[in-house]
Design a protein around this ligand. Structure first.
Ligand code: NDP
Ligand code: MG
Length: 354
């Protein structure tokens, strides 16, 4: 265990497998996270039942992997730990179906805090509610485990009815391979709110709008779409890779002095006071539940705005230009082939850094 920057990181030695080895885990869902948790748990000697709805398209895969499959309700009724790994938007309905099977002392285990934090799932007071959230897509959680490597993860305890919630969550984290790399303790609130803010303001929302605005500015000024694509989208990866490896410093050291001076003086003209105020607004809507309510209502209505925006994004000119250019240039062919191995390197690096 290490204490650094106020965070606690747990490793294999901090987790005691006896807290899970006699338990039965129902893994609800056999998608990205579900297939990885279920197989890693089983390979770690834990009893696993996969819970899937009748007619589920995942059933064949789970059975082919040698796992027992039942309905979510039947699986939950057998289990001491119910790991909820269906998509976040369907979790409340699946929970309603299985809640009658939860007994005092059982555990509800999550990989993301959205539904519990925003009150879409209200667990009974006599069960433990925990989170082990691998910071990686499921196929890497599985592959790393098979390669005797780990996947970093987050741990949180929302409700400790038994007094054993954290030890059991750590043992779960160990069984899926997370404590090999390091598990950071957080809360359901912190995990949910930072995750939503990050994807909205910086990662998914912020970065796509920045790229499109830059592209449109150049094209509107008469420059060629190809040049605009290279400058604003393609080079993004090179810059982000440098920052990932060695922080902003490595990036600034690697670009020319002209780029460094221009970036240092002009960057804050783009992300200016107004942009920062907008970020605060986005964070506020995450914190006060306004975004969550909007997304829940949007789902109930059949996702009209989601589908409309998705189509508009797909039809943006930059997508056409990019498709043509990626076909023309050699790096495009590599992209598909190296995707897997660069995922692998990324994880190895993250692991080594821990
Ligand atoms: P997936 O979308 O991959 O889950 C698909 C699985 O859920 C399938 O087995 C599917 O079965 C089942 N499913 C879908 N709809 C229903 C339904 N209505 N009733 C019952 N089963 C259903 O989910 P993820 O693995 O992406 O996400 C699971 C959790 O993990 C979420 O909380 C997510 O936030 C979290 N998480 C995800 C990460 C990721 O990289 N994907 C990373 C970290 C956390 P069927 O064939 O029946 O449709
Ligand atoms: Mg228990």
């Amino acid at each position: 265990m290490t204490d650094e920057f106020d965070t606690t990181v747990y490793y294999d030695d901090d987790a005691d497998s006896t807290h899970i080895e006699d338990e039965t885990v129902a893994v609800l869902g056999y998608g990205s996270q579900g297939h990885a948790h279920a197989q890693n748990l089983a390979d770690s000697g834990v009893d696993v039942i996969v819970g899937l709805r009748d007619g589920s398209s995942s059933r064949e895969a789970a059975e082919a992997d040698g796992l027992d499959v039942a309905t979510p309700k039947a699986a939950a009724s057998e289990a001491d730990i119910v790991s909820v790994l269906v998509p976040d938007t369907v979790q409340p309905a699946v929970y309603d179906d299985i809640r009658s099977e939860l007994e005092a002392g059982d555990t509800l285990q999550f990989a993301h805090g959205f539904n519990v934090h925003y009150g879409q799932i209200e667990p009974p007071e006599d069960v433990d509610v925990t989170m082990i959230a691998p910071k990686s897509p499921g196929h890497l959680v599985r592959r790393n485990y098979e390669n005797s490597e780990g996947t970093p993860g987050l741990l949180a305890v929302y409700q400790d009815a038994t007094g054993d919630a954290k030890q059991e969550a750590l043992a779960y984290g160990k069984a899926i391979g997370c404590t090999r790399a390091g598990v950071v303790e957080t809360t359901f609130r912190e995990e949910t709110e930072t995750d939503l803010f990050g994807e909205q303001a910086v990662l998914c929302g912020g970065v796509t709008e920045l790229i499109k605005a830059g592209y449109e500015t150049l094209v509107d000024a008469g420059y060629s779409p190809e040049m605009a694509y290279f400058e604003c989208l393609n080079e993004m990866k090179l810059i982000v890779d440098l920052m990932y490896e060695g922080g902003m410093g490595e990036m600034w050291d690697s670009v020319s002095d002209t780029a460094e001076y221009g970036g240092l003086t002009r960057g804050e003209m783009i992300v200016d006071e107004t942009a920062r105020e907008n970020m605060e607004e986005v964070l506020e809507a995450v914190q006060n539940g306004e975004f969550a309510r909007e997304w829940i209502t949007e789902n109930q209505a059949g996702r009209p705005s989601y589908h409309q925006r998705r189509t508009a994004e797909k039809n943006h000119e930059i997508e056409d230009v990019g498709e043509r250019l990626r076909e023309l240039f050699a790096w495009a062919d590599d992209a598909d082939q190296t995707e897997e191995s660069s995922d692998q390197q990324t994880t190895e690096k993250a692991t080594a850094d821990d």
